[in-house]
Ligand binder design. Structure first.
Ligand code: ADP
Length: 177
């Protein structure tokens, strides 16, 4: 599927319309990709985040990118893995869907996602990747606005999980490009 691509690297280096942050509910910064994004964007990002009043799990909020090469940051809050019976799959899918809805609403068409929830939040990476890829594919199938959507993986094993999920998208799920 041509409009989705897997890259390995640091999401803070990508010059796109927006990068997605796997934030926590306070939106006041944390470890992992969240810490990296705040470090690279500079203190004005935290200032803007303070005015947002946090973000519920599965939802997304937009800020400027400040010192990042990306113009905007979409902050979404993934579910903390609790064994799989606390609606984690649906909440993770919601992060991808709501992030893309927010992007579309602001005319942002080139977006990169990290592997949301698969770090500190403990969501199994092999379960998260197909949810990420399928959810983005569903949105792309119904929305011709988007350009390239990147899965920016921090490791080669994570990238391989996403590539495998891309390959196994059934022909029926593929948007008409
Ligand atoms: P969460 O709390 O949602 O689990 P983490 O930031 O701990 O978020 O991890 C989410 C994913 O982001 C993990 O796969 C982690 O390896 C990856 N990650 C960490 N730093 C970066 C970065 N700079 N760029 C891209 N991905 C990153």
């Amino acid at each position: 599927m041509e409009r989705m691509r897997v890259v390995v690297g640091d999401i803070t280096t990508l010059a796109l319309d927006a990068i997605v942050n796997a934030a926590n509910a306070s939106l006041l910064g944390g470890g992992g990709v969240d810490g990296a994004i705040h470090r690279a964007a500079g203190p004005k990002l935290l200032e803007e985040c303070r005015g947002l009043g946090g973000c519920p799990t599965g939802a997304a909020k937009l800020t400027r990118g400040y010192d990042l090469p990306a113009r905007f940051v979409i902050h979404t809050v993934g579910p903390v893995w609790q064994g799989g019976k606390a609606d984690e799959d649906a909440l993770l899918a919601s992060c991808y869907r709501r992030s893309l809805e927010l992007a579309a609403g602001h005319g942002l068409t080139r977006i990169a996602f990290p592997a949301i929830s698969t770090g500190i939040y403990g969501f199994p990476a092999e379960r998260a990747a197909p949810i990420a890829v399928r959810t983005v594919a569903e949105v792309l199938a119904h929305d011709r606005l988007f350009g390239e959507i990147l899965f920016c993986c921090f490791s080669e094993p994570s990238a391989e999980l996403h590539r495998r999920s891309l390959r196994s998208l059934s022909a029926d799920d593929r948007p008409l490009n």
